[in-house]
Design a protein around this ligand. Structure first.
Ligand code: FMN
Length: 214
């Protein structure tokens, strides 16, 4: 048990408010605006987000990944396709993303269908990664059980020998996923737990905006 009195840990949110007239009619533009504000507020790793996936049977799992691109097509992150998340997304291509920007008392939730980005798109991002990260993608079979740390170090040694100082190609098992949003919710903390929640839902006519009870 923790020594902290968890029940007594609470914080009132009073920095800002969010109204229907403040927000952009387009949730991606609204996301861009809030993202820029998170950067200005010096939120640490504002592109870190929780990614939730599930097996075919609906058993959930969640972990942090980094957002590496966002536009009208969706939200892109990169990973090992053989990982647990990769396997879950292959059998059940639906996901949810959550950003917490606690310094500005904001949360953004996104959910939708997921597809792999093109190999060309993965390649062009992969080649921007530092050498160590590119080698790491060859070394690690993400989410597999391994015998020891030493085993990993030996593999790194072997991969470094193999590619020498030359080009490190994109591994076939590595690349991006794009979450195409059906829903995007913007949450602004307010006083007395009466927070502002505005949710966009994709409709035939475009995005529909609704206010949710906190
Ligand atoms: C701040 C942070 C950023 C991360 N970014 C990524 C990422 O972009 N891609 C990735 O595959 N794992 C990333 N990870 C590691 C994942 O959280 C996770 O450990 C890994 O992807 C294996 O997850 P899985 O076994 O559920 O597939 C990050 C972890 C942290 C804490």
């Amino acid at each position: 048990m923790t020594n902290f009195d968890l029940a007594a840990l609470r914080k009132d949110y009073a920095l800002a408010s969010l109204s229907e007239t403040d927000v952009d009619a387009d949730p991606i533009r609204q996301f861009d605006r809030w993202f820029a504000e998170a950067v200005t507020a010096q939120v640490v790793e504002p592109n870190a987000m929780t990614l939730a996936t599930a097996t075919r049977d609906g058993v959930p799992s969640a972990r942090i990944v980094l957002l590496k691109g966002v536009d009208q097509q969706g939200f892109v992150f990169f990973t090992d396709y053989r990982s647990r998340k990769g396997a879950e997304l292959s059998e059940n291509p639906l996901a949810a993303l959550t950003f917490l920007w606690k310094e500005i008392e904001r949360q953004v939730r996104i959910s939708g269908a997921v597809s792999r980005v093109s190999a060309a798109e993965s390649e062009s991002y992969f080649q921007t990664r530092p050498l160590g990260s590119r080698l790491g993608a060859w070394v690690s079979h993400q989410s597999a059980v391994i015998p020891s740390r030493e085993d990993l170090e030996q593999r790194l040694h072997a991969v470094t020998e193999r590619f020498g100082g030359g080009d490190v190609p994109l591994p076939a098992h590595w690349g991006g996923f794009r979450v195409v949003p059906d829903e995007i919710e913007f949450w602004q903390g307010r006083t007395n737990r009466l927070h502002d929640r505005l949710r966009y839902r994709r409709a035939e006519s475009g995005w529909q905006l609704e206010r949710l009870s906190p």
